[in-house]
Write a protein that binds this ligand. Structure first.
Ligand SMILES: [Zn+2]
Length: 296
């Protein structure tokens, strides 16, 4: 019986390792699946408790094997299937493939300022890559390095009121990206910061623009999705002309490919979201939103 018990313990501990790993990587922000992980520790605890009792009583031992076995059979394939697919979809190999495609003939990779200056290429698919830096500054480096090596341009949108990084930490990264030819944007959330006070929100918004412009040129903003307030609401009250600012949400996209929510990059037929780029036609505008936080 001992090898089987050992397997049960190893299986239980593996779940813990997986939970720890996913928390460390903050995958729990990205998908409903990983939110469900909260239930797994209880499952593991139950299996361990039953196992402990089981070693002293044959009946409990059989019950524990049955219960953990059934739980394992139900949970593990599901967990494995979804986590493997998730890791496979939010993968740098896939991102590289996308970059290769848009680097090929027939595509023009542009910056948001090009859109506002009417620099669209009617003979090519016009692609605009947007990165919202929501959680971590660490993930930017790898993404930017790959884009640089492929010769593609993109815009990194930074928050000034993020929970997990502060603006001072972002300053050297913003400077570096800007010097390397990437564009910088403001990922604003000022209505949330001002707790719904629109006037105050616009004051903070204006100050945030000034702060970021002290570091690098910045011409475009995009609202961050925050629970409680719709940060996009203030946009109609913003004096865009005086501030010389545009919003990524004002772009008239023919195609908008976004990994927002981080739940799944597949439609109900199992097709990969970013493969839709193959359907884009010359003259069209495609905005691609990718959160570096979720790619591995
Ligand atoms: Zn965001």
């Amino acid at each position: 019986m001992w090898p089987l018990n050992a397997i049960l313990i190893v299986a239980s501990l593996s779940v813990w390792v997986f939970v720890g790993f996913s928390l460390l990587k903050r995958y729990r922000y990205a998908t409903r699946l990983f939110d469900m992980l909260r239930t797994y520790p209880f499952l593991v605890l139950i299996s361990l408790a039953l196992f402990a009792i089981g070693t002293y009583n044959l009946l409990y031992l059989i019950a524990s094997i049955l219960l953990t076995g059934i739980a394992g059979l139900l949970v593990c394939p599901f967990l494995l299937y979804h986590s493997l697919r998730w890791i496979n979809d939010y993968n740098y190999t896939k991102f590289r493939k996308l970059l290769e495609k848009i680097s090929s003939e027939g595509f023009a990779v542009l910056l948001f300022e090009d859109y506002n200056n009417d620099k669209l290429d009617s003979g090519k698919v016009n692609v605009f890559i947007r990165h919202d830096v929501d959680i971590s500054l660490k993930r930017i480096k790898k993404m930017a390095a790959l884009e640089k090596s492929m010769g593609t341009k993109s815009t990194y949108f930074f928050r000034l009121h993020a929970e997990r990084y502060n603006f001072e930490e972002a300053v050297p990264i913003i400077k570096e990206l800007s010097q390397e030819g990437f564009a910088i944007g403001l990922h604003y959330e000022t209505l949330s910061v001002a707790a719904g006070d629109r006037e105050k929100a616009i004051q903070i918004f204006t100050r945030d623009i000034e702060r970021i412009r002290e570091v690098a040129p910045m011409l475009v903003v995009a609202a961050h999705g925050q629970k409680g307030y719709n940060n996009r609401d203030i946009w109609e009250d913003v004096d865009k002309k005086t501030l010389q600012i545009s919003s990524a949400y004002d772009m008239k996209n023919d195609m908008y490919l976004s990994d927002a929510g981080g739940k799944s990059l597949r439609d109900k037929n199992g097709n990969y979201l970013f493969d839709r780029i193959y359907e884009a036609k010359p003259g069209q505008v495609v905005q691609i939103l990718i959160h570096p936080d979720w790619w591995t």
